[in-house]
Each structure stands twice: as structure tokens, then as C-alpha cells.
Design a protein around this ligand. Sequence first.
Ligand code: NAD
Length: 303
Amino acid sequence: MKIAFIGLGNMGAPMASNLVKAGHDVTVFDLVESAMQALEGEGARRAESAEAAAKGAEVVISMLPAGVHVKGLYLGRDGAPGLLDALEAHASNTRPLIIDASTISPEDVRTVAAAARERGFTWLDAPVSGGVGGAKAGTLTFIVGGEAAGFEQAKPVLEAMGKNIFHAGDSGAGQVAKICNNMLLGILMSGTAEALALGVKNGMDPAVLSEIMKQSSGGNWALNVYNPWPGVMEGSAAGRDYQGGFLTDLMAKDLGLAWELALGSRATVPMGSQARNLFALHSSQGNGQLDFSSIQKLYRAGE
Ligand code: NAD
């Protein structure tokens, strides 16, 4: 298929790469030149703008940091037209399916999806879980919101990048599920870091303690695949000074989305609020661009 891929960051680059490997004709665009060069080296074409990448595409996929970027891309910003207008102007009889895999608020999804619908496009929210490791391995979980017909159309494309593809419900439902998941992830990563720091302060070897908790009732995803203590797990972000991965600022953003969702639905999220404050504090101490498992450092201050 002819696919446009916009946003080649920690996640987007390996996702686009897997689409190329699956034999798709992929045209990429990112604001960062070197990100496009890397994909070009893997067999993708590069475009000078998002509009140019999307022209003639059967599927448009975006993977951007936050709602402000997604709305800016599709709806336009500072008076400039967005990609939806540009696509409408180019569109002949067939219109590309649009899939946004960024994690943004359900409200932003509904705004953009409604604008797309008005112009005759199907716009799906398809946030992912599985991290950079999952993006590289092509084993991401996609959590899709939008019409069932659009979901069926998207599935074969998503299967080139992921293993588990869920239809969560209507527009925005993908984000609701993703936000719940990431709130839980923020809580369990900070809880895991807290438990490890307590054990080490009391003489435990972090690797031994991790193994014990992994096989006990405290076992969780962070202990299994994303241990936050440096040197415990080969290949983890902790082992490379927390470079790359899922940034603290993005986790703080997702916990903010959970907080907004709770406010709007009058739900109480005391643990999520605690985690939001921890990651916000950690970010304010200069760790926003480190992987989120660096929350471990917050518990090691003064060592
Ligand atoms: P990132 O910051 O590494 O990458 C974002 C990319 O988007 C950058 O390369 C940036 O230059 C590009 N960009 C921004 N605005 C653009 C525009 N208008 N046009 C073209 N390119 C633009 O972020 P990431 O880690 O790849 O995450 C992307 C999304 O996926 C976020 O919403 C994040 O919350 C979510 N997510 C990340 C992970 C993870 O482990 N990193 C896991 C699951 C979900």
C-alpha cells in the first residue's frame, strides 16, 4: 500500500521501518532532517512536507508527541491550513484512511475526527502500548477508536507494526483505554522504583530483590521487561543512563490526560494523581528528556 508516515521519533521511526520491511511503499515526513535521512536509508521515500507525503497515499499515519501537534497537523495552526484541507483539495474519488497513533486526549480526538468526517475522511485514534522495544520488534498493541469499517481497513496495516490489535469502541475510546493503561503504568513504575530503593537501602542486591518480587505477588511489567534499576536488566533504558525510550515528559503528559479525564467524568484517581505529581517533580528537576524509568533517581537522591 502507499502509506504516508508523519512523525519519526522514538516510536514512529521503528514503526515506519516495519512498514517498509513489510513491503509497503512508505513516504515519510518529520521536522527533524536526520530522522528522515535514517528512514530513507531503510528504503522509505522522504517528502518536504506532511502534505507532500500524504499526496496520493492510501493510508496516512501520524505519530506525534501530543494533542497540540496532532491538531496543528490536521487542522492547521497560526492561520495556515491543515492536512485535512490539503487532502480534501487533492482527493479524487478515493480518500486515504487516516490513523493517528499518538497518545492525546479523547476530546482532541473527537475534534479532529469530526473535522475529518465533515470532509469525508475516516480518522481513527490508534494509540499504542509496548514501548520502543515493541515498536522495533513489531509487537505493539494498537488500541483503536472509530468506526468498525475503518478498523477493519486499518487492521492489515497495523499488523505490520503490532501483534495485538484491539477495537476499543467509537472515536476517542482508543485513547480512554490507553490513558487508563498508562496511568496504571505510571503508578506501577513509581511503585516498583520505590520498592527497589527501599530494599537496596536495607542491604538488598537490586537484582536479587527484582527476581524475588518478579516471582512473587509484586510481579509486574516493569520488573518483567523494564527494570528501572541500572544494571539489573540487559537492554533496559536504565542500563544506558535512561537515554531514549519513553520520555518522562510524555509520561507526565499521559498522567495529565488521566487527570483531565477524571475531572471530566467525576472519577477519583488518587494513585494516578500521586504518580502525576511524582513525574512532574522529576521532570522539573531536569529529567524530562530521560526515559520515564529514571523516576528511580528520585528515590536515590542524596546517595
Ligand atoms: P518523540 O518525541 O520521540 O517523537 C515525536 C516526533 O514527532 C519527533 O521526531 C518530532 O520531530 C515529530 N514531530 C512533531 N511535530 C511534527 C509535525 N508537525 N510534523 C512532523 N513531525 C513532527 O515521541 P515518541 O516517543 O515517538 O512518542 C510519540 C507518541 O507515542 C506520543 O504521543 C507518546 O505519548 C506515544 N507513545 C510513546 C511510547 C514510547 O515508549 N516512547 C510508547 C507508547 C506511546
